[in-house]
Design a protein around this ligand. Structure first.
Ligand code: FEO
Ligand code: CA
Ligand code: CA
Ligand code: CA
Length: 647
């Protein structure tokens, strides 16, 4: 049993523990005997040679929209900063950053952002915001985010991001979750007001920010808004009109929840990913045992596969808000309205967020979009649960053409799930009703998309060790973090450790310029191999690649050697990857969410659930006083010499 199995440090793990076990009973457990073959292959294929072996290089312009193409020519190596040494981490009440870097804290939980908001919550242990105040303030559980330069609003077809402004823009921030003890100061809500406070602490913040002489500040703007589980949303794509998304109550579609990782589109919108949505539902009428019994019924196969239970993760919203009561007959389909990727316009405070059903329904961790030379986009997505899968969506049309026709590139396309074969290749298997295997099970493509996990089970997708973030690297590389899997007993080619206590990172390269149905893959790093070295880290989660070959990894899980969760930087162009520690967070937090300004001189990184809400371990962002409730917040980080982030 590893450190994080105590459920203290890893909050996705806490969420998983509450579900007891993987909900994948498909029996997709291939390749029990290939561990040895893969381990030796991995040693051969480490480094850039493996990418070359894929026989494919993306056009130079590929994915230029998503990252600056700024130069790192001032430096001899990709990574030159002095890393945070293990011995440097002496005080975990505040973050520790490389001596070559500095940080500021912005947008802690409770910062007023919506027009007209005045109240600030500063961590007073004797009060909490009202639900009304919270609906106008930055939420908790800071996770995925993206910086949209101000001038991006004027041009959809802007091309090179590096030409855009780095001093003003809109920051979108996910608020994944805050446990009741942290948000309410008690284990369970006692009223609808308590539930509304909890709900309003979740969701997304859209914040207009400016770099002033006194640092980055939020400023008044009609774009600034909180999006919560009670905000109006719409559905789009093949399942939008499905009766399975309608309730007898006739309630309009509302909200997004458990917004974990993020992504951004080349047309300047934000993508937020609904992950552990199941944890917010429960049953007001059935006991845990009675509910578990009905999950055995064939008609409840999907409820079971998506991990619903009578008590969820303990939020107890269902006791005061019928939408979250799985056994209220008026709201029997509400649960299917979650588990989607949601598109948000950062420059329109009145836009209804759009749930893109063509991208499938599962526990969406994050999404990374690549643009092929033809202008079609590919979106890479993990489903973060033990033994769940890696997915890809490919748009039917080039994105500019689709938009010109009034369509969304995210509504019309193909969805695939990955099979990783032991020879270092793999196949993207299309999830289509035209496949007789799937037509046997589903009546329509909409039904298939709503129960994506079951369709993927049928095709024999490779069960992974909790796919977390995805990110697009250089030369067609896509990186996937597999955070850990304490329950794996049978290894497979792509998940060679059983149990996998520390996680690993995989690089894939697709055929046909991101659009193909085959790929090559390799494990670029097993986190266990970093043990005993200065650069040790485990439980990779956040991933952000720049186009020079740096890979920023944020961790989520108990770290070895007395470390807290950290941000580390890998040079993926090297044969042997030596992690360089840029930042260490505070007690019991998670380092997640990462974005940069176009000039790559400023990065934003989130500290999530500092102290798990316990004021005796940290009072971040306040200096230690042992009393103030710690608050999730965003760090703005810079090199002291103004150089490129990560260099
Ligand atoms: Fe929200 Fe899988 O992390
Ligand atoms: Ca995690
Ligand atoms: Ca998390
Ligand atoms: Ca995560």
């Amino acid at each position: 049993m590893s450190e994080f199995d105590n459920g203290i440090s890893d909050n996705a793990e806490i969420h998983d523990e509450m579900e007891n076990i993987s909900s994948n009973k498909s029996g997709n457990r291939p390749f029990a005997s290939i561990l040895e073959a893969n381990m030796s292959r991995r040693k051969v294929m480490v480094g850039s040679a493996a990418v070359a072996a894929a026989g494919f290089f993306a056009p130079a312009a590929t994915a230029a929209w998503s990252k600056s193409s700024g130069t790192s020519g001032d430096y001899k190596n990709l990574i030159n900063f002095k890393p945070v040494a293990i011995a440097d981490v002496v005080d975990t009440t505040m973050p520790t950053i490389s001596p070559d870097y500095e940080y500021d804290v912005i947008l802690p939980w409770g910062t007023p952002i919506e027009p007209g908001a005045t109240e600030t919550y500063e961590g007073d242990p004797d009060t909490r915001p009202t639900s009304e105040q919270q609906s106008l303030q930055v939420g908790i559980g800071h996770d995925g985010m993206w910086f949209f330069p101000l001038d991006q609003r004027y041009s959809q077809n802007y091309g090179d991001r590096s030409l855009l402004r780095s001093d003003q823009g809109v920051l979108c921030i996910n608020h994944e979750f805050g446990r009741n003890t942290h948000v309410l100061g008690k284990e369970a809500p006692e009223s609808l007001e308590d539930v509304r406070l909890s709900q309003n602490a979740h969701g997304v913040s859209v914040v207009r920010i400016t770099n002033t002489r006194r640092g980055w500040k939020a400023r008044n703007s009609n774009w600034a808004r909180r999006i919560t589980v009670n905000s109006r949303v719409t559905f789009s794509g093949p399942a939008a009109k499905s009766e399975k998304l309608q309730n007898p109550a006739g309630n309009v579609p509302l909200g997004t929840v458990n917004n974990c990782g993020s992504g951004a589109t080349p047309w300047g919108t934000y993508l937020t990913c609904e992950e552990n949505f199941n944890g917010y539902f429960g049953s007001s009428t059935l006991s845990a045992e009675e509910f578990a019994a009905i999950l055995e019924l064939p008609e409840n196969e999907a409820l079971d596969r998506y991990g619903f239970s009578a008590n969820g993760f303990g939020y107890s919203w269902h006791l005061y808000d019928k939408r979250f009561d799985l056994t209220d007959p008026d709201y029997v389909n509400e649960h299917r309205r979650f588990g989607w990727i949601v598109e948000i316009d950062p420059f329109d405070g009145t836009q209804k967020p759009v749930k893109r059903t063509a991208m499938g329904r599962f526990k969406h961790e994050a999404v990374a979009l690549a643009e092929s030379g033809s202008g079609r986009i590919a979106a890479y997505m993990g489903d973060d649960q033990r033994f769940d899968y890696c997915y890809k969506y490919v748009s039917e049309k080039p994105w500019r053409e689709a938009l010109e026709q009034g369509m969304s590139p995210l509504d019309e396309g193909k969805l695939y799930v990955a099979r990783f074969d032991e020879d270092g290749t793999g196949e993207w298997m299309e999830l289509t009703i035209e496949n007789p295997l799937l037509a046997d099970k589903f009546a329509t493509q909409a039904d298939l998309l709503i129960d994506t996990r079951i369709a993927a089970d049928i095709l024999g997708a490779t069960p992974m060790d909790r796919p977390e973030w995805t990110t697009i690297g250089k030369e067609g590389a896509v990186f996937w973090t597999l955070t850990n899997n304490s329950r794996r007993t049978e290894p497979n080619a792509a998940n060679p450790q059983a149990p996998n206590s520390d996680g690993h990172i995989i690089r894939t390269v697709d055929s046909d310029d991101y659009l193909g149905t085959t790929f090559t893959w390799e494990i670029i790093l097993l986190a266990s191999d970093t043990k005993g070295t200065e650069g040790v880290f485990t439980d990779p989660d956040l991933a952000y690649a720049d186009d020079a070959g740096r890979l920023f990894i944020g961790t989520d899980g108990g770290q070895p050697d007395g470390l807290q969760d950290q941000l580390t930087v890998l040079d993926t162009t090297q044969e042997t990857i030596e992690p360089k520690r840029l930042l260490v967070g505070v007690s019991s937090d998670e380092v997640t969410g990462f974005t940069m300004t176009p000039d790559r001189r400023t990065a934003f990184v989130n500290l999530q659930h500092p102290g798990n809400g316990d004021p005796t371990s940290t009072n971040f962002p306040k200096m230690f006083d042992g009393k103030t409730i710690p608050r999730d917040a965003t760090l703005v980080i810079r090199r002291k010499d103004g150089g490129i982030i990560g260099s």
